[in-house]
Ligand binder design. Structure first.
Ligand SMILES: [Zn+2]
Length: 277
């Protein structure tokens, strides 16, 4: 049947070579497909935690033994003190990516975090989506948080994490101007969601799975391979004193179990330093 030859398959827009319609100008199909592909690549570079398209990031530790636990959106007077005690009980060090406006409200909590042996990083002044900001606006967001932390600690932090993990071509260069390396993650369990602690505990299972797989063989256990960076939240970026009790409960569950599997809980500084022999 002749007419059937002109039926455009539904896959045409993504697979123009599969299209049999010879009367359609191929550019009408190829140009949107190319734009869609470019948009897809840009979206990947902007959002994927391990994408290096818009600049280099750290998204793994340098040893399967090292687990870097990171907390965003603090300091939070309702949660961070309990979290610091919990980490102490399990001899765990972590990295806290701080929001500048909260740093100004809770300077003593930032000092206490450092005094307990943890690292801190810059998570911007107000937690905007940096993808939508101009180069100038991005620099201001980073600089204000940089100054807030530096003023309290006497020296600037070394690590930066973009809010929501969102980057555009100016974000990582702006961070580098201030001396930062950008830190992403291997696992983002979604601890901000209104779900029971059991749900969150299950979402953190991949850390144990990776440890079991990578550390069970003695030959693999020392320096070969990489380890996870876990992204959790001790704060809520919209307001101080957000509830993160589920995050605390999930860590109560996992910290001793991860330790039993052979994991060490390290700061980002330790996560990128020379692996232990
Ligand atoms: Zn955040």
């Amino acid at each position: 049947m002749v007419g059937a030859r002109y039926i455009v398959p539904s896959t045409c827009s993504v697979l123009p070579q599969a299209c049999e319609n010879e009367r359609v100008n191929p550019w009408l199909i190829a140009a949107p497909a190319t734009i869609a592909a470019a948009a897809g690549i840009a979206a990947y570079g902007a959002t994927h935690p391990c994408a290096q398209l818009f600049g280099r990031t750290i998204c793994r530790t340098n040893s399967p033994r090292k687990l870097a636990i990171t907390f965003d959106d603090g300091p939070n007077p309702a949660v961070t003190p309990k979290l610091l005690d919990l980490l102490d009980r399990h001899n765990a060090k972590a990295t806290f990516f701080l929001i500048g406006k909260f740093v100004r409200e809770c300077p003593d909590l930032v000092k206490e975090t450092i005094a307990r042996g943890h690292a801190v990083g810059n998570h911007t002044e107000t937690h905007p989506n940096l993808f939508r900001l101009t180069r100038r606006e991005i620099r201001i967001e980073l600089r204000l948080c940089h100054d807030a932390i530096s003023h309290i600690l006497g020296s600037p932090p070394k690590w930066f994490r973009p809010p929501f993990g969102m980057r555009n071509p100016w974000v990582i260069p702006a961070a580098r101007e201030l001396g930062y390396r950008t830190v992403m993650w291997t696992l983002l369990p979604g601890d901000w969601r209104e779900q029971p602690a059991e749900w969150l505990i299950q979402r953190m299972q991949p850390i144990a799975d990776h440890a079991q797989r990578n550390l069970s063989n003695a030959a693999n256990s020392a320096t070969k391979g990489t380890g996870d960076i876990l992204c959790l939240h001790d704060g809520a970026h919209r307001k101080l004193n957000g509830d993160r009790s589920r995050t605390l409960a999930a860590l109560e569950h996992w910290l001793p179990r991860w330790r039993d599997l052979g994991l060490e809980f390290v700061t980002i500084d330790q996560a990128v330093s020379t692996p232990a022999p």
